[in-house]
Design a protein. Structure first.
Length: 237
């Protein structure tokens, strides 16, 4: 192997090692580059492709779909996704529940290839009217963008739902390490935003605490995976 390859491999390993040794401190929420790029910017388009691969590797959409399938009656009363992004997850949920009303909220315009059965609502979810009672609320890689009063304010969205399904970054050392190993195959926007997302992610108990979910009213199950996801399922007692 050429010396230059040895040098690059060592630099990658050293970056991964340093990130893995970084202390896990309190949440730090700072802007992500992708959020401030025009939707049609080439770097933004490349980063979204990276994120699709990362989602696949983490198994995020598979877990959300599998989890929602456990609650067919609630799903039949409607499924709402906040922070729907490119509409991939809400499209999968539509195909899983073809007779359910699926509504997606995002600041971005509706994707051109969005399933026609999905009702896309563009705008700020914090000022949008609360959906009608019943059904399932899904948020995947969305909550970590917010802190403090913003997270508390989302509680008004939850009161009408029967099931809450959250998938967020796990704020831990191992996700930083695994993310660094991906650096050669992702663009600069994704390299930056990946670690920003992890630092803004959640440790055990933080999602339920910050959202004010009352264990007396919700049956809560929280898990984390070695691939970097922290997941919360809450259903009404």
């Amino acid at each position: 192997m050429p010396a230059s390859h040895h040098g690059k491999s060592y630099a990658l390993w050293e970056t991964a090692r340093q990130l893995a040794c970084t202390p896990v401190t309190k949440r730090v929420v700072i802007p992500e580059l992708l959020d401030h790029l025009p939707h049609d910017d080439p770097e933004a388009q490349r980063s979204r492709r990276d994120l699709r691969r990362i989602n696949l590797l983490m198994g995020n959409e598979h877990w959300v779909c599998r989890t929602v399938r456990r609650f067919p009656e609630a799903a039949g009363r409607g499924i709402v996704e906040i922070g729907a992004g490119e509409g991939i997850l809400c499209g999968k949920l539509t195909r899983l529940f073809p007779h359910a009303a699926v509504t997606a909220y995002d600041l971005a315009p509706a994707p051109g290839d969005l399933d026609l059965r999905v009702e896309w609502r563009r705008g700020d979810v914090f000022v949008a009217p609360v959906p009608k009672p019943g059904g399932v609320l899904v948020a995947s890689l969305f909550l970590h963008h917010f802190e403090g009063d913003s997270l508390t304010a989302l509680a008004h969205w939850f009161r009408n739902f029967e099931v809450l399904v959250f998938n967020e970054p796990d704020r831990a050392r191992l996700p930083h390490f695994l993310g660094a190993l991906m650096h050669p195959w992702i663009n600069r926007v994704t390299r930056h935003d990946m670690h920003v997302s992890i630092r803004a992610g959640f440790a055990a108990g933080e999602i339920t605490g910050l959202l004010g979910l009352d264990p007396g009213r919700w049956q809560i199950r929280e898990t984390s995976t070695w691939r970097g996801a922290r997941r919360v399922l809450a259903s009404r007692h």
